[in-house]
Design a protein around this ligand. Structure first.
Ligand code: ITT
Length: 203
């Protein structure tokens, strides 16, 4: 089957494509002539995921799924969470800049450490929303890990250089795409999506 992946993030497309069977082919937003910015204005990851998928379904009349992802850090009360993409924009005058976002995370964790809170636990959470013939289905993927002190690694994207998954001794950015794809939040959500489509005999 062919299905639109409602994202403008090429790294998400790479990861999901690598995890899909050849029977599922992704259609890009460009291919359906969706070039405008898709609104992401709700207060939750689930809400933004649904908003992106429903926007594309309603405006382009095509079955699709969207991915909204956030890094949730325990010592920061779950921040940056739903604000992960623009975490540092206000404080640092940046625009959706991963280096600035990571710096702000590390700064805020240092402040917590100075107050005696050295908890570095965090999780990535991805929520996929599939809209199929107008029906909405959500699939979640979570991976738990720790935030390290200094960014390490060149692969991956976003917050990958500061996140070490539990049970590993390297960051997502020090892993190859296939290593990250064996365990990541996005890989877990993708597997749930594939299983769901399989059950419907859509694949
Ligand atoms: P779309 O909305 O077009 O899908 P986006 O990059 O804006 O793309 P999000 O709204 O989900 O995606 O933003 C999530 C933020 O979290 C953004 O800063 C990403 O760089 C980061 N992020 C998402 N997935 C990640 C991953 O697997 N590893 C590290 N950081 C990730």
């Amino acid at each position: 089957m062919k299905i639109c992946f409602a994202t403008n993030n090429s790294k998400k497309i790479e990861e999901v494509t690598a995890a899909l069977p050849p029977t599922i082919q992704l259609v890009s937003l460009k291919e359906i002539n969706c070039t405008e910015e898709i609104p992401e204005t709700t207060p939750t990851i689930e809400g933004n995921s649904e908003q992106k998928a429903m926007y594309v379904y309603q405006n382009y009349n095509t079955n699709c799924f969207a991915d909204d992802t956030g890094l949730e850090i325990e010592a920061l009360n779950g921040e940056p969470g739903v604000s992960s993409a623009m975490y540092a924009d206000e404080m640092m005058g940046s625009y959706r800049d991963s280096t600035a976002n990571m710096s702000l995370v590390l700064q805020n964790l240092n402040k917590q450490a100075q107050k005696g809170n050295s908890n570095r636990n965090a999780q990535f959470k991805t929520v996929f929303t599939l809209v199929l013939d107008g029906q909405k289905h959500q699939f979640e993927g979570i991976i738990k890990g720790k935030i390290i002190d200094v960014p390490l690694g060149k692969d991956g994207f976003g917050y990958d250089p500061i996140f070490v998954p539990n049970g590993y001794d390297k960051t997502f950015a020090q892993m190859s795409l296939s290593e990250k794809n064996k365990i990541s939040h996005r890989a877990i959500a993708t597997k749930k999506l594939i299983d769901f489509l399989n059950k419907l005999n859509k694949v």
